[in-house]
Design a protein around this ligand. Structure first.
Ligand code: ADP
Length: 211
C-alpha cells in the first residue's frame, strides 16, 4: 500500500509476548444463528480458561457493534466489514498471545474464509454452534426473531438473509441436543486434544507452569 510504512520489525513480537504470558494465542471463532448459543458457550469456556490462569478476550459481535463497528448495518457489505474488523481485532489479540473467543453469526462461507485468512489458518479454530432455526426462534433470547417476522427488522439471518452452515467445522456443537455444560466440556476437551495445535499447547504449557 502506498505511503504506509509498517514497523513490525521494531515492535515486541508475538513469541516474546507469549513467553511473558506463558501461553500461546489462538482464536476460537463461534459461528451460528442468532440464539444458537454462541455467547452462552463462549462465555463459559472463557470463564473456565480464566480459572486455569489463561488470559482470554471474548469479542462478542453485539458488543463490537456498539463500539468499533457502530457505523455498520446488516446489508451484505456491512456484514462483511463487520467480520473483517472482528477478524483484524482478533488477530491483534492473538499476536499478543491471548486466547481470543470471537462470537459472530458470520453467515457465509466466504466471510468465515476471510476471517480465517486474516487471522491465519493455524490460529483459527472454527466452532459451529448449531441449532435449528425453529429452536433459535422459540428461544428468541433478544426478541429479534419476533421483530424480523413482523417485518420490523430486515436482513435477519435465517429469516430473510441466508446462513451457510460450515462444511468442515473444527468443532460442531448441537446446542438443541446437548446442555450448555456438555458443549463447554466438548470445547475444552477438543482444545486439550488439539495435538500440535497452539490451543493445545496453551492449555498444557500453562498447567505445567502452575505450582
Ligand atoms: P447467540 O450468542 O448465538 O445469539 P445466546 O448465547 O445469546 O445465543 O443465546 C442462546 C440461548 O440458548 C440462551 O438462552 C441459552 O441459555 C440457551 N441454550 C440452551 N441450550 C444451550 C446450549 N446447549 N448451548 C448454548 N445455549 C443454550
Amino acid at each position: 500500500m502506498k505511503n504506509i510504512h509498517p514497523v513490525f520489525d521494531q515492535i515486541v513480537g508475538r513469541a516474546e509476548k507469549e513467553k511473558i504470558l506463558g501461553q500461546r494465542g489462538v482464536v476460537l471463532w463461534f459461528t451460528g444463528l442468532s440464539g444458537a448459543g454462541k455467547t452462552t458457550v463462549a462465555a463459559q469456556v472463557e470463564r473456565s480458561l480464566a480459572s486455569r490462569g489463561i488470559l482470554t478476550q471474548l469479542l462478542d459481535g453485539d458488543n463490537i457493534r456498539t463500539g468499533i463497528n457502530s457505523n455498520l448495518g446488516f446489508i451484505e457489505d456491512d456484514r462483511r466489514e463487520n467480520i473483517r474488523r472482528l477478524a483484524e481485532v482478533s488477530r491483534l489479540f492473538v499476536q499478543c498471545g491471548v486466547v481470543t473467543l470471537a462470537c459472530a453469526i458470520s453467515p457465509t462461507l466466504e466471510m468465515r474464509a476471510m476471517a480465517r485468512q486474516i487471522i491465519s489458518p493455524e490460529d483459527f479454530i472454527e466452532i459451529f454452534i448449531d441449532s435449528p432455526l425453529d429452536v433459535c426462534e422459540s428461544r428468541d433470547v433478544k426478541g429479534l426473531y419476533r421483530k424480523a417476522r413482523a417485518g420490523e427488522m430486515k436482513h435477519f439471518t435465517g429469516i430473510d438473509a441466508p446462513f451457510e452452515a460450515p462444511l468442515e467445522p473444527d468443532i460442531h456443537l448441537r446446542t438443541h441436543e446437548f446442555s450448555v455444560g456438555d458443549c463447554v466440556r466438548t470445547v475444552l476437551a477438543a482444545l486439550e486434544r488439539w495435538g500440535g495445535r497452539k490451543a493445545f499447547e496453551t492449555v498444557n504449557k500453562h498447567e505445567n507452569r502452575r505450582p
